[in-house]
Every structure is written in structure tokens, then in C-alpha cells.
Design a protein around this ligand. Structure first.
Ligand code: XMP
Length: 513
């Protein structure tokens, strides 16, 4: 039997993906459709409820997007959000007018009639608004059930047809009770069961990949990070050995990193993993270069070159897979800030071979980071992969300050492995955003036994953060710092001093280069 589907018609809101995500949080299956999706299509997909998303346009502008009018005749409940409610009003015979005051940011919603939509909620809610137009007159059959300072029609209902409209955004975190409102719509109004889970999501994605890929081949650049790992595991489950992964060893990886990746994906998952061992090429090009930007450029360009070479060697393939996520809409936005302003873009794409034509396969595109982690766990990826700390693309290249040599990399690797062990051992590794060592290109005097030493310094950086935009240094217990310092100085030859970085971001950055 086809599962119950909630259709989210996308009118271009930056929150459309967030709506879909909230529906998944309610264990209900949802699908985002282009706003023009035909009523026939929705019916075929067993749609039991429709959400009209917000959008940047005004329904009063010529050519602004409209859904298929027949979606209002399907007999399923409809919830219009923001632009969506204006569409409802405009298309069903009401009136939308330009508001003299643009309603933006927090507002206070007064609920007059709770009905099914606001069941169980308090009578006053702080809600998040972002709209210019307002409703002037309701269509026949509708009545107002909630208001804000600027609008008597902030919540409208036609109970007979089961059409609902709200002018604010229930999907964003700063709307109080937003999730309850959506859940009321799903359960009480659309009659949705709570039977959609991560396992169903995995199944559905696997089926979609199979259908899309058919008998063709898929290539994927595996970095060992969460996103590419989950994408690889998912695609591998779908098409097995039709997937070939390329792992570039740029010589700037952490201790045993290549071995771990090969061990997990090749041995454990039986994936076709090709390792491009290009450490020497990278190091040769980096020789004597100490400017951070130049280092990054060299590493980036060399990566593209090595990756393209490997692809050519592997031969024809129709698809190139990427672990692109839905660009993180950061949830912890400031109270008065615009949530849109904190949208971060993802830099996964890049370095696509110009002379090779691929179709992109991006199975994680609609997911948020925490969902990707849950999906990874569902697919059997170990905790160390799913909850791995972020690691920069240029790797240790930006953690050996100044010019890079094999010796410095070796020293840094050993020190970093010790920090990693101690963070794991003290149960701190998964609690912080990142913990790593930096090799400083200065030497300081020390004394070991009876001898004077003149060796390098290792800086330890441990930060907490939600999104890497801001970060603070972690108050790591002194005992842990002491063990890290003792062990690095005793066990890593070439280091006689360890310092702890107590800078926050801003003004510091997380990485030192
Ligand atoms: P910064 O140093 O800018 O770092 O505070 C913010 C976050 O981004 C990571 N980072 C990178 N990630 N390629 C990446 O994939 C890069 O070139 C890169 N540079 C920094 C950094 O580790 C931190 O999590």
C-alpha cells in the first residue's frame, strides 16, 4: 500500500525544506512538489493533505506563482502558510491588499477559536512573521480564528472544506508551539498515522536511487567525513558494486586515516574503493610555500586534478554522486535576526571535470545534518563515522603553520592522535565541536633530563560551536590538559612545549590558517 503523503507545494520559501523536515519529525511522509504539480499527480501519490509554502512574491504581482486550481477540489485538507494563505484567499474569492506595515519578525498571535488547528495550545503565542501583504476580505466559507496586531486574519479556517491558513511560519523554531500546530494539521485534520521513520526514509531513498541509476555506474569522492560516507553507504545499498568510490590520499591526512577508510568501506562494507595515493604530488607542490591562501589554492587545485585523473582511469560512468546536504538553515538564530541571514552555503561541489559529462546524484539533498547522521546509523555506519568531528578539506595542510614538510606532518600526526585518544578516553570527543593540534613553526627552549632542548611547539585547540560561525574555547578539565601535554612532550620527539588556545571565534577563527 502506498503510504500517506503530505504534499508541500513549494512557492520558493527558504523554509520549504524546514516544513518537510518538521513533517518528518512528526513521523509522517512528505514530498516537496513544484508549485505547479497537477492535482492528478497528487492524487496518484496518495496525498492526504497539502501545505502551500511561503514564498518571496506577492500574489498581487502579475505572473506570481499559482498552483493548479484543481488541488482545491481534491477533497483533502489544505494548509496555507504565509504566501500560501494569501493564495488561498486570492484564489478562492477573498481579497489580499498591500499592508501599510510590513510584518516582520516576532509578533503576538491571539487565538480566538482553537478548533483542531490550535488544539492544546495557549491562547497567546509568540510567532515568527515575514510578509508584506495582508488579507483584506476572507473568501466565502472562511472565518478568522486568530489575529496579530497588524492583522485580524492571522489564522483563518473553512472547516467544511478543511482549508486552513496562517500568516506566520509554524515551521521555524521561534514560533511557539509551531510544531504542535503542524502536528495538529497532520494528525487531527489530515488523519495521518505516525508510521514514517528513518528506516522508511532509507528504504525510500534506496528505491529511488535504484530506479534512477538502473544499470549505470556511479562514482563518488569519498572523504571519510559524515556526508560522503552516508551517501556512499546509501548508494552502495542501492546499487552495490555499480558504485565506485575514490578516496584521495593527499598526504595531509591524520594518523592511519587512509587505512581506516579502506578497512571500513572496502573490507567491512565490501565497496569498490579506489585510493589515489597522491601525497608526494601534494607535498612537492607545497614545498616552501608558507602563505595560507596559496597553500589552500594549491591543495584545492591538486585535489581536482588528482580526482579527475582517477575518474578518467576508472572509465565511463553516467553518475557522479555527492553528499550535498540541504544547506544548513541554522536553527539557533538570534531573536531579532533574520533566519535567512544565517543560511550557510555548502561548498561540496567544485572541480567537476569539464570534459566529462555527469549526471549528479545527490541523495541527501533534502536532509539536514542530524537527519543524515540518523540515516548513517540506520545504514550501519559506526558511531566514529556518524559523529565524527568536522575536518577541513585541506587537512593538516592548514594545521602545519607555514611551510609543510613530511617531518612536521609526522610530528603533528602523532600529537593529534594523542589528543584524540585523550578526548575519547575522557568522554569529551563527542561533546565538543572540534579538538585538534596545530604545529607551530617556532622553536622554544626546554630542558629534558639534564639536557637543554630546542624544539617545536604544539598548540591544542578545543572548541564548542553550533554551526562553526561562532565558537568558544572549551574549558577542558586541567587533568585532561595535563595528560595531553605530558604525553605529547614525552611521546612525540620534536616537541618540547604544548600550549592551549583560549581564543574564541570571532575574532579568532577555528583553524589557525
Ligand atoms: P574557521 O577556521 O573558518 O573554520 O573558523 C570553520 C569550520 O570550517 C572548517 N574548515 C574547512 N572545511 N574546507 C572544509 O571543508 C576548508 O577549506 C575549511 N577550512 C576550515 C573548520 O575545520 C571549522 O569546522
Amino acid at each position: 500500500m502506498k503510504h500517506q503523503t503530505i504534499a508541500v507545494l513549494d512557492f520558493g520559501s527558504q523554509y520549504t525544506q524546514v516544513i518537510a523536515r518538521r513533517i518528518r519529525e512528526c513521523s509522517v511522509y512528505s514530498k516537496i512538489y513544484h508549485y505547479k504539480a497537477s492535482a492528478k499527480q497528487l492524487k496518484k501519490d496518495n496525498v492526504v493533505g497539502i501545505i502551500l509554502s511561503g514564498g518571496p512574491e506577492s500574489v498581487l504581482s502579475k505572473g506570481s506563482p499559482r498552483p493548479d486550481k484543481k488541488v482545491f477540489e481534491l477533497g483533502v485538507p489544505v494548509l496555507g502558510i504565509c504566501y500560501g494563505v494569501q493564495l488561498l484567499a486570492h484564489m478562492l474569492g477573498g481579497k489580499v491588499e498591500k499592508s501599510h506595515a510590513r510584518e516582520y519578525g516576532h509578533g503576538e498571535l491571539k487565538i480566538k477559536t482553537k478548533g483542531s488547528l490550535f488544539r492544546g495550545l495557549p491562547s497567546v503565542l509568540r510567532v515568527w512573521n515575514s510578509h508584506g501583504d495582508r488579507l483584506g476580505k476572507l473568501p466565502k466559507g472562511f472565518r478568522a480564528v486568530a489575529s496579530t496586531e497588524n492583522s485580524g486574519f492571522a489564522g483563518i479556517v473553512d472547516e467544511k472544506r478543511r482549508f486552513y491558513g496562517i500568516q506566520f511560519h509554524p515551521e521555524v523554531h521561534h514560533t511557539e508551539g509551531g510544531l504542535n500546530i503542524l502536528e495538529n494539521f497532520l494528525r487531527k485534520i489530515c488523519g495521518c498515522r505516525a508510521d514514517w521513520s528513518m528506516a522508511s526514509l532509507a528504504e525510500e531513498s534506496i528505491a529511488n536511487i535504484r530506479e534512477k541509476v538502473g544499470n549505470d555506474r556511479v562514482l563518488l569522492g569519498l572523504s571519510g567525513g559524515v556526508d560522503s560516507s552516508v551517501a556512499a553507504a546509501l548508494i552502495h545499498k542501492a546499487v552495490g558494486r555499480q558504485l565506485t568510490c575514490v578516496f584521495v590520499d593527499n598526504g595531509l591526512l591524520r594518523l592511519n586515516e587512509r587505512e581506516l577508510v579502506v578497512d571500513l568501506y572496502k573490507r567491512h562494507f565490501n565497496m569498490d574503493v579506489r585510493v589515489a595515493r597522491a601525497g608526494s604530488k601534494f607535498l612537492k607542490r607545497l614545498k616552501g610555500v608558507s602563505d595560507p591562501e596559496r597553500k589552500r589554492k594549491i591543495i584545492g587545485n591538486t585535489f581536482v586534478e588528482v580526482f579527475q585523473d582517477s575518474l578518467k582511469r576508472i572509465g565511463e560512468s553516467r553518475f557522479l554522486a555527492q553528499g550535498t546536504l540541504y544547506p544548513d538553515v541554522i536553527e539557533s538564530v538570534s531573536i531579532d535576526g533574520n533566519p535567512a541571514a544565517t543560511i550557510k552555503s555548502h561548498h561540496n561541489v567544485g572541480g567537476l571535470p569539464k570534459n566529462m559529462k555527469f549526471e549528479l546524484l545527490e541523495p541527501l539533498r533534502q536532509l539536514f545534518k542530524d537527519e543524515v547522521r540518523a540515516l548513517g546509523a540506520e545504514l550501519g555506519l559506526p558511531k566514529e563515522v556518524v559523529w565524527r568531528q568536522p575536518f577541513p578539506g585541506p587537512g593538516l595542510g592548514v594545521r602545519v603553520l607555514g611551510s609543510i614538510t613530511r617531518r612536521k606532518l609526522d610530528v603533528l600526526r602523532k600529537a593529534d592522535a594523542i589528543l584524540h585518544e585523550e578526548m575519547m578516553g575522557s568522554n569529551l570527543y563527542y561533546k565538543v565541536w572540534q579538538s585538534f593540534c596545530v604545529f607551530l613553526p617556532v622553536r622554544t627552549v626546554g630542558v629534558m633530563g639534564d639536557e637543554r632542548t630546542y624544539e617545536n611547539v604544539i598548540a591544542v585547540r578545543v572548541v564548542e560551536s553550533k554551526d562553526a560561525m561562532t565558537a568558544d574555547w572549551v574549558r577542558v578539565p586541567y587533568e585532561v590538559l595535563q595528560r595531553v601535554s605530558n604525553r605529547i612532550i614525552n611521546e612525540v620527539s620534536g616537541v618540547n612545549r604544548v600550549v592551549y588556545d583560549i581564543s574564541s571565534k570571532p575574532p579568532g577563527t577555528i583553524e589557525w590558517e
